[in-house]
Design a protein around this ligand. Structure first.
Ligand SMILES: [Zn+2]
Length: 260
């Protein structure tokens, strides 16, 4: 099987049972260290609901991503520009970022926008940066998907769990998400470096799950330090120039759709 990232020959390294019914194979690329499942024929079953029924971490994750993204954006980018959450899900993240003061918009072909109505993606917008949380591992064609993102902005903050060296065994890594069958693409740091080079971008990463591909060259120690600070209450320092949009959004929505 060809590697979806670098087109080298990928080798079957193990198999596992997903959605409690299909036994599937995983292929590892010795060149870019990308791990992919066999051609995923089970996705219709896996996506009966766009967001997993057992996903108790959804709010905690959004909070964490909001803190981290606010810190990175305020520090390295123009916080007054427009932003897009590329895999916006229910719109929780967009609402949180607008509450902080960022002009964030929602996009997602697979989910229903519940919390960020009227703040949907518009092709005419230029985005300073886009966010893509927990979606790289769902990609059936990562190169194509990343290209699409790069047409929207030249800076991408994203999250996906990475592994170092050889991929962990199916029993040793919860991120395979065998019950849901939705995770089909797994990246090592080597893979992300390969992607950065391919698209002539710079990679910043916490070397675990939070990454950025951008045209800006940012020292990775500095990137890591800002992420750490975002957790210990420095968020006010980063956001001091922004005014929350909670009230102005409410006024706007009341006028447009008669919300109350
Ligand atoms: Zn490869």
């Amino acid at each position: 099987m060809k590697c979806k990232i670098c087109n080298n020959e990928s080798k079957e390294i193990f198999s596992a049972e997903i959605i409690n019914k299909h036994n599937i194979s995983y292929y590892f690329c010795p060149n870019c260290n990308f791990l992919q499942t066999e051609d995923p024929y089970w996705l219709d079953e896996a996506y009966k609901s766009a967001i997993g029924k057992a996903d108790t971490g959804i709010l905690r994750r959004n909070q964490l991503f909001a803190k981290r993204s606010s810190a990175i954006i305020s520090h390295f980018f123009d916080a007054n520009n427009k932003f897009l959450d590329f895999a916006g899900g229910y719109g929780i993240f967009v609402r949180m970022m607008r509450d902080i003061g960022f002009d964030f918009y929602w996009g997602d072909p697979y989910a229903q926008n519940l919390f960020a109505k009227e703040f949907e993606h518009n092709k005419q917008y230029n985005y300073e940066l886009i966010t893509a949380f927990e979606c790289f591992e769902h990609f059936t064609d990562p190169i194509n998907q990343i290209q699409k993102m790069l047409e929207l902005s030249e800076n991408i903050i994203f999250s996906t769990r990475t592994f170092q060296g050889s991929p962990p065994k199916p029993t040793d890594w919860w991120y395979y998400s065998l019950d849901s069958g939705q995770h089909i693409s797994f990246y090592s740091i080597t893979t992300l470096k390969y992607l950065a080079e391919k698209f002539k971008m710079h990679l910043n990463s916490d070397n675990k799950a939070f990454h950025m591909l951008s045209k800006k060259k940012i020292n990775n120690l500095w990137f890591g330090a800002i992420l750490k600070m975002s957790h210990v209450g420095f968020s006010r320092i980063f956001n001091y120039r922004l005014k929350s949009r909670t009230e102005t959004d409410h006024e706007l929505l009341s006028k447009r759709i008669g919300g109350n």
